[in-house]
Design a protein around this ligand. Structure first.
Ligand code: HDD
Ligand code: HEB
Ligand code: HEB
Length: 445
C-alpha cells in the first residue's frame, strides 16, 4: 500500500479513537455541574454523589484523552508534513489554544476533586466547575475550528505557491466554524447524557432498585432529550451551511445528481453503475427544506460539479446512520419523558430498559458516523481548493509499522480504560459510599 493511503488509515484510526474520549471529555463537566447544582438546591445527597462519582470516572477519560490527543499532534506533523508546512502558521494559534484551554480545565478539575467538604460555603466549591465547563467547551471550539479551516480555508493570500498575509483569527473564524462547533458541542452533550443514562439503566436492569440510579436515569434522560433536539436543530443549520459552501459534500451524501427543486431526502438504498438510486426510502421535499427551508428550493446536483471533485458516494451511508440514530434517540427520550410525567409503567419493563442501555453506544456511533461523513466528504482535499490530500502526505516508508504500533497502543488503552473504570466503581458501590458520606457529615457536625 502507498504511504498516502496508510497515512489516511492511521489518521482515521487515531481520530476515531480520540473522539470517544474527547466527546466524553466535553460532555461530562456539564453533567457534573447540573447534578451538583441540583444536589445543593434540593439538599439531596444522591445528586451530590452523582457529581462526585462522575467526576472520578471523568479523570480516567481525561488521562486517556491526553494520550490519544498527543498521538494526533504527533501524527499531524509526521504524516502530513507538507500540509503542516503549508498551513501551519494559520492553524498554530488554535492548536496552541487548545492546549491552553485544556490546562485551564485540568487545573480546576484537580482542585474540585480534592476539595469536597473542605469549603465553609459549599457553593464556593461548586463554582470551581465553571472553568471546567468553559475549558472543555473552548477546547472543542479551538480544535474544531482547525477542522473547519480545512473545509473552508481563508485568512491568507496565495502568492507563487506560498501563503502570505497570514491572519490566524480570520482563518479561525471561517464560515464552517459556527455550525461545526455548535454541532460538535450539542452532540457531545447529548451523547454523554445517553452514556450516563445507559449506565443507570444497566444497574436498574440488573435488579438494583436504589433510588440513586432512578434519579440518575431520570435526570440524564431529560438532559438527553433537550440536547437531542438541539443537535437536530443545529444539524439543520449545518445542512444549510453545506449547501452554500460545500455543495459537493451534500450532493454526494444525498446522491443528488440533477440540479433541481422539490428535492427529496434519500435514506438508504443502493446506487447503480448508472447512478440511479434504487430501493431507497425518500422523504419528499425534505432536502429542499433542509437547504432552503422551502419545499421548492433548488439544490445543486453532482452533474454540475467537476467529476474529479466528487467525494466518495459512500458517505451517503454515514449520513444515514447519523440521521437515523438521531431521530431514534430523540423519539426514545421523548417517549421516556412523557411516560415519566404521566406515570406510565412500561418504562420499567425489561425491554424498555434494554433500549435505554443501548442508547449510549448508539449515540457514540452517531458521533463517529458524523465525523466520517464530514471528513471523507472533504476528499479529495486536505485543504479545500488549495491542497489535495495526496499532496499533503509524507512519503516515508515506515507508516505501516507506525500503524501497527499505534493500533496496539489504542487497543491497550481501550481495554485498560474499561477495566480501570469498572474496578473503580465496583470497589466503591453506591450504598457503601452513601453510608461513608453520612458518617463523615455527622463527624463534621
Ligand atoms: Fe483533542 C485532548 C489534540 C481533536 C477535544 N487533544 C487533546 C490533547 C491534544 C489534542 C494534544 C492532549 C491535551 C492537550 O495538551 O491539549 N485533538 C487534538 C488534535 C485534534 C483533536 C490535534 C484534531 C486533529 N479534540 C479533538 C476534537 C475534540 C477534542 C474534535 C472535541 C470534540 N481533546 C479534546 C478534549 C481532550 C483532548 C476534550 C480529550 C480529553 C482531554 O482533553 O483531557 O479537550
Ligand atoms: Fe479528521 C482525515 C475522522 C477531527 C484533521 N479524519 C480523517 C479521516 C477520517 C477522519 C475518517 C480519513 C478521511 C479519508 O478518506 O482519508 N476527524 C475524524 C474524526 C474526528 C476528526 C473521527 C473527530 C476527532 N480531523 C479532525 C480535526 C482535524 C482533522 C479536528 C484538524 C485538526 N483529518 C484531519 C487530517 C486528515 C483527516 C489532517 C488527513 C488528511 C485527509 O484529508 O484525509
Ligand atoms: Fe450531524 C456532521 C446534519 C444529527 C454528530 N451533521 C453533520 C453535518 C451535517 C449534519 C449536515 C456535516 C457538517 C459539515 O460537514 O460541516 N446531524 C445533521 C442532522 C441531524 C444530525 C440534520 C438530525 C438528524 N449528528 C446528529 C447526531 C449526532 C451527530 C444525532 C451525534 C450524536 N454530525 C455529528 C458529528 C459531525 C456531524 C460529530 C461532524 C462534525 C461537524 O459538525 O462537521
Amino acid at each position: 500500500m502507498e504511504s498516502v493511503e496508510l497515512s489516511r488509515y492511521l489518521t482515521m484510526l487515531t481520530l476515531s479513537v480520540h473522539v470517544i474520549f474527547a466527546t466524553v471529555g466535553v460532555g461530562v463537566p456539564i453533567m457534573i455541574t447540573i447534578a451538583h447544582w441540583l444536589g445543593l438546591k434540593r439538599q439531596d445527597e444522591h445528586y451530590l454523589l452523582l457529581a462526585k462519582r462522575w467526576a472520578r470516572g471523568y479523570v480516567i477519560s481525561v488521562a486517556v484523552g491526553v494520550v490519544t490527543g498527543t498521538a494526533i499532534a504527533l501524527q499531524l506533523a509526521l504524516l502530513w508534513p507538507r500540509f503542516m508546512e503549508f498551513a501551519g502558521q494559520l492553524v498554530a494559534l488554535p492548536l496552541f489554544m487548545e492546549t491552553f484551554a485544556f490546562f485551564f480545565e485540568a487545573i480546576f478539575l484537580g482542585i474540585y476533586l480534592y476539595t469536597w467538604n473542605r469549603f465553609k460555603n459549599p457553593k464556593h466549591h461548586f463554582y470551581l466547575l465553571a472553568p471546567v465547563v468553559l475549558g472543555s467547551a473552548m477546547s472543542a471550539l479551538f480544535i474544531t475550528s482547525v477542522n473547519a479551516f480545512m473545509n473552508v480555508p481563508q485568512g491568507f493570500t496565495l502568492i507563487g505557491g506560498q501563503l502570505t498575509n497570514i491572519q490566524p483569527l480570520v482563518a479561525m473564524f471561517n464560515p464552517a466554524m459556527p455550525t461545526k462547533v455548535a454541532h460538535v458541542l450539542t452532540s457531545a452533550y447529548m451523547t454523554t447524557a445517553f452514556i450516563l443514562a445507559s449506565i443507570a439503566a444497566y444497574h436498574l436492569l440488573k435488579g438494583n432498585r436504589h433510588e440513586y440510579h432512578r434519579k440518575a436515569l431520570a435526570l440524564t434522560m431529560k438532559i438527553a432529550l433537550i440536547f437531542s433536539i438541539a443537535t437536530a436543530l443545529v444539524g439543520d443549520l449545518s445542512g444549510k451551511y453545506l449547501a452554500e459552501y460545500q455543495p459537493e459534500k451534500l450532493a454526494a451524501a444525498e446522491w443528488h445528481f440533477e440540479t433541481e427543486g422539490e428535492a427529496p431526502l434519500v435514506l438508504y438504498g443502493v446506487l447503480t453503475e448508472k447512478n440511479e438510486v434504487k430501493y431507497a426510502f425518500k422523504i419528499p421535499y425534505a432536502l429542499s427544506i433542509l437547504v432552503h427551508s422551502n419545499p421548492f428550493g433548488v439544490v445543486t446536483g453532482l452533474n454540475d460539479i467537476p467529476k474529479e471533485y466528487h467525494p466518495p458516494y459512500e458517505i451517503h451511508y454515514f449520513f444515514d446512520i447519523m440521521v437515523t440514530i438521531g431521530i431514534w434517540l430523540t423519539f426514545l427520550s421523548l417517549v421516556y419523558f412523557i411516560a415519566l410525567w404521566r406515570n406510565w409503567s412500561f418504562i420499567k419493563t425489561k425491554i424498555f430498559r434494554i433500549l435505554l442501555v443501548t442508547s449510549g453506544p448508539l449515540a457514540m456511533i452517531a458521533i463517529e458516523a458524523g465525523w466520517w461523513f464530514t471528513e471523507v466528504g472533504r476528499q479529495p482535499w486536505i485543504m479545500r481548493g488549495f491542497m489535495q490530500t495526496a499532496e499533503g502526505a509524507t512519503d516515508s516508508p515506515h507508516v505501516g509499522i507506525m500503524f501497527v504500533a499505534f493500533a496496539v497502543l489504542y487497543l491497550i488503552l481501550l481495554i485498560g480504560t474499561a477495566v480501570v473504570l469498572t474496578r473503580m466503581f465496583k470497589k466503591n458501590p453506591v450504598e457503601l459510599e452513601l453510608e461513608k458520606d453520612s458518617i463523615e457529615q455527622r463527624s463534621v457536625a
